[in-house]
Ligand binder design. Structure first.
Ligand code: SF4
Length: 460
């Protein structure tokens, strides 16, 4: 008679992570600024903001927002205009450059330019002559340093090999490919008709260059196996860096997202499994974790900056050049100069009217108070280094960390007791698997969060 064994219990690979997330993860901002954008105000102290712009003399960065896309992806949460008529791009580029001229009346543009980023929307929606005019116009108005980083977001469906060669020739040195997923079933469900061949062709056209891939987890039809396949395929295409973001389902704000609901969206537990599966596949492939949601080859500039404690964060996300005065041009662009933040008009018509009248198009803004500058430093260190060093705080602000953040440290106590955070003489830092709730650890230092916390996305 054959021996019968009791069935082996199924091992849940992610059980410890599930427990941490279930106990401690709530909603929290992504902290691309502190205070965060919902706290910018229409009745900001505009005179003081202008005075700060006039005084600013640090290195510069420019973010140019191109809002146009040919068709809308169902998961899209960005501020986009769907348009097929490329002629719109001609006037849009004119207005972007005119806006930079307007900003030049409020702050010195002849400072060292360290970073230029074109994002959207789809910057490569612009016709070639318009893209070229934009780049030339930026060069003519600004003083790029020798190693100024020029980066551009590219929808792999929007260009072919000839256009990719054109983008290279314009001087872009970092390419960010919005890929999201490579599985045909997932792509069909999210309304993004994109083939692996398209992505392969564009990646091949940029071979040898720093190449970011943006991936997304939490989409319909994704499985842990499918997301691992996507990661491995993307690794094979030569990505030097990955950003892995969670999909935010907010159909009350973005009604088109309802179009995906019929395919079923993964619940919180499934989302966590997808995120961890992608992370595991990336770490196994030789990438290192940078910040909370980026992965990079150890030779990539972001990984090097993280290793050297130079990783920063601003409206463009993680950066090795975040310590710049960032000018945002284009509809809905956000800027950060000195202790000020400014948000451009969200409607093209309003934005254009302001630019044509020779005015800044700022709709909302903020002048950071000293206490928020200190809290912002702690939050950004936690988001970037997963640690806020108390001696560095004292050196920078000439104040005592423990005394300043008594209440925040009390809030962190349950996380400290659970072994997810350490608060000792040296620093407050993330410990063990605490990276899963690092945004919650950072949020303990946010004095504005309050009831607004519910407005933010879940931290996993
Ligand atoms: S390409 Fe990007 S910005 Fe454009 S609709 Fe799709 S997700 Fe949104």
């Amino acid at each position: 008679m054959p021996l019968s064994h009791p069935p082996l219990p199924e091992v849940d690979h992610w059980a410890p992570a599930r427990d941490i997330v279930a106990r401690f993860a709530t909603t929290a901002p992504r902290y691309t600024s502190y205070p965060t954008a919902p706290h910018f105000r229409e009745d900001a102290p505009w005179e003081a903001i202008h005075a700060a712009w006039a005084k600013a003399d640090g290195p510069l960065g420019v973010y140019a927002h191109v809002p146009y896309c040919e068709r809308r992806c169902l998961y899209c949460g960005c501020h986009v205009q769907i348009a097929r008529d490329r002629a719109l791009g001609e006037t849009y580029v004119d207005d972007l450059l005119a806006e930079l001229d307007v900003l030049g009346r409020h702050t010195d543009l002849h400072r060292q330019l360290e970073v230029v980023a074109l994002g959207g929307g789809t910057p490569t929606w612009l016709a070639r002559p318009d893209l070229e005019r934009l780049v030339q116009g930026l060069r003519a108005r600004l003083q790029p340093s020798e190693d100024c980083e020029w980066s551009i977001e590219i929808d792999p469906r929007s260009i072919d090999a000839t256009e990719a060669a054109f983008v290279r020739a314009l001087g872009f040195g970092r390419i960010s490919l919005g890929v999201q997923d490579l599985d045909p079933d997932v792509l069909a469900a999210i309304g993004r008709p994109q083939t692996a061949a398209q992505v392969e062709a564009v990646a091949a056209a940029f071979a040898g260059m720093p190449l970011n891939f943006d991936l997304m987890y939490g989409l319909p039809r994704q499985t842990e196996a499918s997301i691992r396949r996507t990661v491995r395929q993307a690794v094979g295409l030569g990505a030097t860096r990955f950003a892995v973001f969670g999909y935010a389902h907010v159909p009350w704000m973005r009604t088109h997202q309802r179009g995906m609901e019929r395919f079923g969206l993964p619940d919180d537990q499934a989302r966590l499994g997808l995120m961890l599966a992608a992370r595991e596949a990336l770490l196994e492939s030789g990438y290192v974790a940078v910040g909370l949601d980026h992965y990079a080859l150890p030779t990539d500039s972001l990984a090097v900056a993280a290793e050297q404690g130079r990783l920063g964060r601003n409206f463009m996300g993680y950066s090795d050049r975040a310590e710049v005065d960032l000018l945002g041009i284009g509809v809905s662009a956000i800027g950060g100069v000195g202790e000020t933040f400014t948000a451009n008009a969200r409607e093209v018509r309003t934005w254009r009217e302001a630019v044509h009248a020779g005015r800044v198009s700022w709709e909302r803004g903020l002048l950071r108070e000293p206490e928020d500058a200190r809290r912002g430093w702690v939050i950004m260190r936690l988001m970037c280094d997963l640690a806020a060093d108390k001696a560095a705080y004292r050196d920078r602000f000439d104040r005592d960390f423990d005394a300043d953040f008594d209440a925040a440290r009390a809030t962190l106590r349950p996380l400290v007791e659970a072994g997810l955070c350490i608060d000792d003489e040296q620093s407050v830092r993330v410990a063990g698997e605490g990276w899963l709730v690092a945004r919650n650890i950072a949020a303990a230092f946010d004095r504005h969060l309050g009831a607004a916390g519910a407005r933010y996305s879940r931290t996993v």
